[in-house]
Design a protein around this ligand. Sequence first.
Ligand code: CAO
Length: 576
Amino acid sequence: MAQEVRIPDIGDIDEVEVIEICVAVGDEVGPDDALIVIESDKASMEVPAGMTGTIASVAVALGDQVAEGALVVTLEGAAAESATAAEAPAPAPTQAPATPAAASVQEPAPEAGTAEPEESAAAPTQAIPAAGAATEVEVRVPDIGEASNVEVIEVAVSAGAEVTADDLLVVVESDKASMEIPAGQAGTVSAVHVSVGSEVEEGTLLATISASGGATESAASSKPVGGETVAVQAPGAQEAAPVESAGAAAPAPAQVSAPAPASPPSPAEVEDGDAKRVYASPAVRRLARELGVALAAVSGTGNRGRILKDDVKSHVKATMTSAPAAASGSGAGIPPIPAVDFSRFGAVEIEPLSRIRAAGAQNLHRSWLNLPHVSQFEEADVTELEAFRKTLKEEATRRELKITPLAFIIKACCYALQAFPTFNASLDPEIKNFVLKQYYHIGFAVDTEDGLVVPVIRDADKMGVWDLSAAIAELAEKARTGSLGLSDMQGGSFSISSLGNIGGTGFTPIINAPEVAILGVSRLVTKPIWNGSEFEPRQMLPLSLSYDHRAINGAEAGRFMAMLAELLADIRRLAL
Ligand code: CAO
């Protein structure tokens, strides 16, 4: 037999608005599943099914104004889980399962409890005195119906904040409803007595506000707390009648109520101020917490800017999609570079990055963000090396090879890496161990039309200069014809980026992580070098080493580079 689910007791409110419909005909629901979300001007509340069954019809639409007892849905095959829900005799309103939710929709009555209502009832209080006199006002949790312990899920102010009566102080949430508690009093927040996660109940002190005159007068229950402290229950119905002070001589405690906004906050109100006020149902807040989403960052597409579940999901999707950009732009809290419409400034053409360039960009940025880079500079006197290299040119032609400084540099690097094993290493992910490689696979950057690639010469330490020259030529050719295999680019233990054929006096290459160092080579120049008695023209090769400072310290880098310079200055040392 079909069962009807109706709007439960919503306290003194005549009508509330349907702001979310969570089910459709045919949906299977359980007792705790929300059917709809309704909202008054201060609180939103889910109406749960209260029983298990299949939705046969939905009797409300978005935006409907509904009153207690209004039909929400009919359920087929309903198995009553709660007596109140199952009974549901029309036209009597179906009572939702007794949850704090129902109560929390109830607007707090002016006379409802402060911390010690009985005293306030007995003790007459006085309205706030003349404008300009600073008065401490306590803001307490208003009547939240039957809910005994609700959780503070948002604290919108901190000590020192200036607030108006309508400004949000905290948001509390029970299982089924969330409720915003406004300041109720203009002034400066002197102290906030709760934090996110605090469990509060009616009367719990939330904040103290130093009100400087002009507070709303009210006869809502209050109690003198001593000195100039007064109590305010927020949100309370307005009540203008001031009552007499108990103590004529003492600074007059006063009674303040929080004027209720006439209508739910507009999107503008929701986002007013620095701390964005979020406007979302408990279910949405719960979802956001589960997904670790800060609701303040989500744009609401619901009525009046309300954040819906779909908005939270879209936000997560958008964040995930932009993850590479985040990693390369905003991941670890790095603010992204805003998108600019350059066509405003002149004609532009969009050219997609090649696959190699796009992948390279990710790798480079990942390394840049993860590794603390330091660069060490050195100049090697390669006059003798260059003279020797020239003598080899003829033989190189016979061998159909080109012999460049790079082959000697690779040879010298292998030698220095053997002397400094931590340069031929990686750090383990926990940064607890060096992984010292017993092989010397040297990568070298090759500039291709599609972008930068880094083929690897395996066991470079075992090769002579001719073999190295052949390997450079072969791999560079493969790189430029796009025929490098994966294995040609894997396993490097140290890298070299040579711009010597292009120019430049020095640069800071980015480490090819998880390697810990990379050598940059710039264009050699003939310079006057002081030999002790005169300036002599010498061919100087600018070298730069970028290293991961977690793995290598500055002194080690200095020694490594000094050794490299010595080796290149006198390549006979490579034979030692
Ligand atoms: N100073 C002066 N001349 C140099 C030099 C240097 N440091 N290095 C090379 N040269 C000369 C060579 O001797 C050669 O001239 P000769 O034929 O007269 O001897 C000429 O420059 C061209 O050399 P090359 O480029 O053909 O050969 P290479 O071994 O120096 O470099 C390769 C090979 C593949 C590394 C290079 O072609 C290349 O692609 N470099 C770009 C690397 C790059 O883009 N790095 C930036 C990466 S971002 O960090």
